[in-house]
Design a protein around this ligand. Structure first.
Ligand SMILES: [Zn+2]
Length: 508
């Protein structure tokens, strides 16, 4: 048995000015190109990734594994055509050379300069190259689903957790029916559909109602015989027609059942759509609350940090990660014993390295990226501090999210103002793993505050140690205030941008 496995992953924030060339897909690699071939297989074997799951299933079958490319980029603006052409050609060439099965880990929310749906056209091309070859796709929960994915793939499985701690399991769920098809007998039948709703990302966590119950329903459907059941919350910071929530259910040759289960997922989500609305607290109130809470816990036995979420500027949603409003607020409020992860500013990193370990200096930090979509002009912050530590920024995740994966935040400096240890990085990275701090000599459990440019994924690594979480409304292209975004292309009406009483759904 010969299997082609590949990854091409990008969540595109169409409001983000952060560019997305091929080099951005080299996440984790020391070379400025995506992993390919045996190097890809070695990089992903035994990791908490969908490729890790594919490899596990393939090796259990004694299959020959061909991995033409394993490309993964942090979310950012639209993908450059040259990058897309390079990655898709690699995958198509490998399938054209012949195989018994195809397993792909795609995001489901890739937009390129030329395509609003990056994934569907690839799957369609592969179906044209290999009309009868079983094909399984693992997708992110933030998929904005376009119909070509369901039309041309045999099996689709989406993550059932957010933060995404089941990525490996999703790979296994996509792979097993494909193996069964190759061996003969299984006839996957897929139903998909959507509802006109854009759940707020800050309300999408699978630990929170209603997504908790929706994902539990999907898991129950699989336990009761569906080959896969997936509810996609969708990614709202993509101004494309079909941004929003959708569901896919795959059964063994039973379309009526697939449609019934799909509708159960969609109807439950629609009926509870108001619970996906997020209320914003003004930053001043959030920081005052943080200060009061710190004073109350002073001297007590309380162990663990208060988490301050700079959720408008998260690199894992396309944020530039260099807006300074929340960090400025933390410094002005006089909060002490803070570790702040992180400010993306390669220029500042170089200036701090030149200043030298142990030396005090004043620099213009962050604020290098204009955010035209929200009419924000870049503005750095003058910060004085001491260069405490310089690192190459490479570490492996401890998990539970993407355990074992090589991460790379580029040359990194811990810049200490006395009250705040500011982590300044050269390559985007959302803090979702304790190893991001530990590799810099900072134990997150022992800080009074952790400032995190994150929205939900931070929960994977830090929720269990946080004594309190305070959302801080700053500035950024993953703004939690949808009124700041000028939606031109998403289908209207759509909830909650519009009041929608009749869910005119799209379904195959
Ligand atoms: Zn996601």
């Amino acid at each position: 048995m010969r299997l082609v496995i590949a990854m091409m992953q990008h969540e595109t924030n169409t409001f983000s000015p952060v560019p997305t060339p091929l080099e951005r897909f080299a996440r984790g690699n020391t070379e400025p190109v995506p992993y390919e071939g045996d190097a890809a297989i070695e990089a992903f074997r035994d990791t908490g990734t969908a490729l890790g799951g594919f490899i596990e299933v393939a090796e259990a079958e004694g299959a020959e594994i061909i991995c033409p490319i394993a490309a993964s980029a942090w979310p950012s603006g639209v993908v450059e055509d040259a990058a897309y052409d390079y990655m898709t050609a690699k995958i198509c060439d490998a399938v054209e050379a012949g195989c018994d099965g195809i397993l792909l880990h795609l995001h489901g929310a890739m937009v390129t300069k030329s395509l609003v749906d990056g994934e569907g056209p690839l799957i369609k091309r592969l179906r044209e190259i290999a009309p009868d070859t079983p094909m399984g796709i693992a997708l992110d929960m933030h998929t904005n689903f376009y119909p070509d994915m369901a039309t041309y793939a045999d099996v689709i499985a989406g993550y059932q957790t957010y933060p995404h701690v089941d990525i490996r399991e999703t790979g296994v769920r996509a792979a097993k029916p494909v193996i069964a098809m190759i061996k003969g007998g299984l006839r996957p039948t897929m139903a998909w559909g959507n509802r006109p709703m854009l759940p707020h990302v800050m309300r999408q966590g699978s630990g929170d109602f209603p997504n908790s119950d929706i994902q539990a329903m999907a898991q129950r459907m699989e336990a009761e015989g569906a080959l896969s059941a997936s509810f996609f919350t969708g990614f709202p910071h993509a101004d494309i027609e079909l941004a929003g929530s959708s569901a896919v259910v795959v059964t063994d040759n039973d379309m009526a059942l697939a449609e019934k289960l799909r509708d159960e997922l969609l109807d439950f989500a629609w009926d509870n759509r108001r619970d996906f609305i997020y209320e914003i607290e003004p930053l001043g109130e959030s920081l005052a609350r943080a200060k009061k809470l710190a004073a109350e816990t002073e001297g007590s036995d309380t162990k663990g940090p208060i988490v301050l979420l700079d959720h408008y500027d998260n690199a894992a949603s396309g944020g530039s990660m260099d807006t300074m409003k929340v960090l400025e607020g933390i410094l002005d409020a006089g909060l002490t014993d803070v570790a702040f992860f992180a400010v993306f500013d390669p220029e500042a990193v170089q200036a701090l390295i030149e200043a030298g370990i142990g030396n005090e200096t004043t620099i213009a930090l962050g604020g290098k990226t204009d955010l035209d979509a929200i009419k924000h002009k870049a503005a750095p912050l003058q910060v004085t501090g001491r260069v405490k530590l310089i690192s190459d920024g490479r570490f492996k995740n401890h998990g539970p999210m993407s355990a074992g994966m090589q991460m790379d935040m580029g040359p990194t400096v811990v810049f200490d103002t006395g009250n705040v240890e500011i982590i300044v990085i050269s390559s985007h990275l959302e803090p979702h793993d304790e190893a991001a701090f530990l590799t810099l000599g900072i134990d997150p459990v022992r800080k009074k505050f952790l400032g995190l440019k994150s929205r939900v994924h931070w929960r994977a690594g830090f929720k269990h140690i946080a004594v309190e979480t305070i959302d801080c409304a700053g500035i950024g292209v993953c703004t939690s205030d949808y009124d700041m975004l000028d939606f031109k292309h998403v289908r209207r009406p759509i909830f909650p941008l519009d009041q929608v009483n009749d869910p005119a759904s799209t379904a195959d």
